[in-house]
Write a protein that binds this ligand. Structure first.
Ligand SMILES: C[S@@+](CC[C@H](N)C(=O)[O-])C[C@H]1O[C@@H](n2cnc3c(N)ncnc32)[C@H](O)[C@@H]1O
Length: 298
């Protein structure tokens, strides 16, 4: 199923971009948010769209091609946005958007149906990289579950999955790998399910998969490192909007706002969440939280 942008109207309300303004969409995905922001802007704008996934860039290029906008798309981690701006002679930015995590397209697999291990219901290669063509030596979930020691696996599952059964799960993974490599996502999800049992609506492997994905892609590190850099590039009155999907990310975003109170106005006291209608039509929006900050003009 094609990715549906979450909290779209809420993002449009927060990021009204002036004619000639620059939007940096650090998590371009299929370009749904960028497209809507360009259509609602006060005139033609420049979109700098970044994604670690080349297939996302390809989808977005198609989706954005009819816009009256200057469009710069790059396969890049958003933590490197600065070098892209320098390459294109862009000194200041009107709006930054981060819509974190992975898209439904990545969950569903590429055009050829080949997934990357995000699904615990299909036997996919256990990569969990946001990059669709990881290089030899890049960290993968397969490497972690087959090589890391039990304590380290337990630590990431506890800290990044907030999983209370982390100890049991790490032990089960290390036991299972003695029988042979754990090399697909279905096998890993079965090992976890056997270790903790099935209860409630949420799949028992959800939190462990989240932890592996966060670790493989250094998702929290990227966010922590990049938010302060975005502030440096923001024009006076410019805005940063971040949509996060779990409490670890949201905590980083909230703390960034608190730590920069002298430079930033916090637009919403509480994060904006999806309406009941949006959650019904797009269950992915259930855990989305939007926070927006505006640079105080001095
Ligand atoms: C939730 S999707 C974005 C969807 C997009 N807003 C839309 O409307 O289609 C998140 C995207 O961000 C990308 N991504 C996540 N972390 C990234 C990072 N550190 N640098 C660049 N892209 C990243 C993922 O590859 C994925 O395509």
């Amino acid at each position: 199923m094609a990715h549906i942008p979450v909290l779209l109207n809420e993002v449009i309300n927060d990021l009204l971009i002036r004619k000639g303004g620059v939007l940096v969409d650090g998590t371009l995905g299929g370009g749904g948010h960028s497209r809507a922001l360009a259509l609602h802007a006060e005139g033609p704008i420049t979109i700098v769209g970044l994604d670690r996934d080349a297939s996302a860039i390809k989808t977005a290029a198609e989706n954005l091609k009819d816009l009256d906008a200057k469009i710069i798309l790059k396969k890049s981690d958003y933590r490197n946005f600065e070098s892209v701006l320098i390459d294109y002679g862009i000194k200041k930015v009107d709006a930054f958007l981060l819509d974190l995590g992975f898209s439904s397209n990545q969950m569903d697999g590429n055009d050829d149906g080949q997934g990357r291990g995000f699904s615990f219901q299909r036997a996919e290669p256990l990569l969990m990289t946001l990059d669709d063509s990881p290089k030899d030596g890049d960290l993968t979930a397969r490497y972690i579950v087959n090589n890391w020691d039990e304590k380290n696996i337990e630590t990431i599952i506890r800290n990044y999955g907030e999983e209370k059964h982390s100890k049991k799960i790490a032990k089960a993974i290390v036991e299972a790998r003695k029988m042979g490599n754990i090399d697909n996502s279905l096998l890993l999800s079965e090992i976890i399910t056997r270790a903790v049992g099935r209860r409630g609506k949420i799949h028992p492997a959800t939190k462990s998969f989240q932890a592996l994905r966060i670790t493989v892609n250094d998702e929290l590190g990227a966010l922590l490192e990049t938010l302060p850099k975005m502030l440096e590039f923001l024009k006076p009155d410019g805005r940063i909007s971040v949509i996060s999907f779990h409490s670890l990310e949201d905590r980083i975003v909230k703390t960034f706002g608190k730590n920069n109170k002298t430079d930033l106005k916090i637009l919403h006291k509480k994060p904006v969440i999806a309406s009941a209608e949006e959650i019904t039509s797009n269950p992915r929006s259930r855990s989305a939280k939007l926070r927006t900050f505006q640079k105080i003009s001095s």
